[in-house]
Write a protein that binds this ligand. Sequence first.
Ligand code: PEP
Ligand code: MG
Length: 578
Amino acid sequence: MRRVLTGNPAAPGMALGRVRLEQPARFSIDNTPLPDAEVEAEVARLEGAFTLAREDMAELRRKLHGALAREVGEFIDAHAQLLDDPELIASLRAMIRKGHYRASAALKAQRDRLVAVFDDMDDPYLRSRGEDVGHVIARVQSALARQTSSEEKKLATRVGEILVTESVAPGELAHLSSHGILAVVAGSGSSYSHSAILARSLHLPMLVNVERVLEDLRDGDLALVDGVRGEVVVHPAAQDLAQYRTWQRDSLREGQRLAQLAGAETYTRDGHKLRLFANAERPEDIERARGLGVAGIGLYRTEFLFLAHDGLPSEDDQFAAYRDVVLGAGGLPVTLRTLDLGADKADGSGLVMASEPNPALGVRGVRLSLRQLDVFVTQLRAILRASCYGPVRILVPMVTDAAELVEVRRLVEACARDLRTAGHEIPDQFEIGAMVEVPAAALNVRALLEVADFLAIGSNDLTQYVLAADRNNDQLGTLYQPAHPAVLRLLAWVIGRARIARKPVCLCGEIAGDPTFAAVLIALGLEDFSMLPDRILAQRDALSRCDRGALRALAPRLLRAPDHATIVKLLEGAQSGK
Ligand code: PEP
Ligand code: MG
């Protein structure tokens, strides 16, 4: 029977395929008793998970350098000892064999029991050891879930399927798309998450926050995903299929129309020249961007190199990757953003603190880099070496204070000196810019402009921090509003101050490539936009319909608007010439 489930659109496009359900093993603990026949296999699964967890710890130990290794190393060693505790393993085995517990349920029960024992202790030091037990067991739980999900992932790689899952991490997404998945439907998530950004860059239609999707769909159901309307039609009827065919035809025609804009310059209707740059996270994006005619690469997210890499990429690995990006850009400027790990970009690297109470407000971006100097210096050296192959700008994420940028510049200069001494040809000048994505950096932008060569506004993060609404929290979907008057006022302020200081300012958050934001950004005075290559033609088209003169004249009223609805009304009036 035909049914429609609704969610939030996260990446556009339509897809027709069979459903592949991925049950969230990591979120559910199965408490049903284990049948006799499965007991020994479950013990083996448990032991496998312990082995994986030990390997994780060893890997983490290997990756730590310098002061951090001394600080964190002690904890790792304590955790590793717990993992080797024969009593812990023996009691878990007994729970599976005698109590017919499943491995994850045994781990949970054991954790609860041990934490309660530690909680009752008087000595605060011993009490705090309870936390370690919790962390170690969580690590084994996650290894257990990984064992399960990697099997599921293998199944999920059948071509022509729609992945239906609770949530998907950015790292998983790249893997899935290269294995023939047509679309992703997630029970939770937000359209501003890094997974959603990546899905758009991979042309993978994606819906998030689809209620009860795991309960309502069955493996093998035929489904039509509509990434624009935010709908999944299960068992589509003839009229749905007709709609799908119409969409295929229309998107082909629209593609052909827009293709004529490839390579063109971008002008507003009244002849004001704008510059469109590309956001890129994979070398393929560069090639595509060049074909579309861009002014350069406005944001290269280097963290994806780290997320995709097994262990930390070495200086030479990074140098080769950045050099290829610079060469691929064929003389256009490339803005390489230094590592922005932390918050939701944490998987796989082993660098990010596992248990920060509030990761989005924690050690991410430049904060992490300045604490992990070995890793940061390795990256800076690789970037500087790559800068011999074409114009490179260095962009620093999550800057809060001008002092952070000063410190980065000092490190860059020291790296350049060392490299020159070692015989490398390093350019004399480097452009170092700051991402403006922390409200303090935006409000205090005059100080930042004293020390930065250019600015890039990260409206994705700026929005979440201004509105105190996590960009990944689907519960807050309606609150996360990049066109909120408070956000627009900050954008106008930053753009205005940069123009006065005669320093380039680009906007590289998702709204830069969203045609529905074209008019408002022109009104605020923006001239440099950086977006996913896929967005360039449609945005060039939308920008070319804007009357900059009329929109700039509207700016004071826009900035006084009390709410989003008023802003929309004002813009509609300006666009229709009223
Ligand atoms: C942003 O925050 O707007 C941005 C461009 O950076 P990211 O999405 O990688 O955090
Ligand atoms: Mg950001």
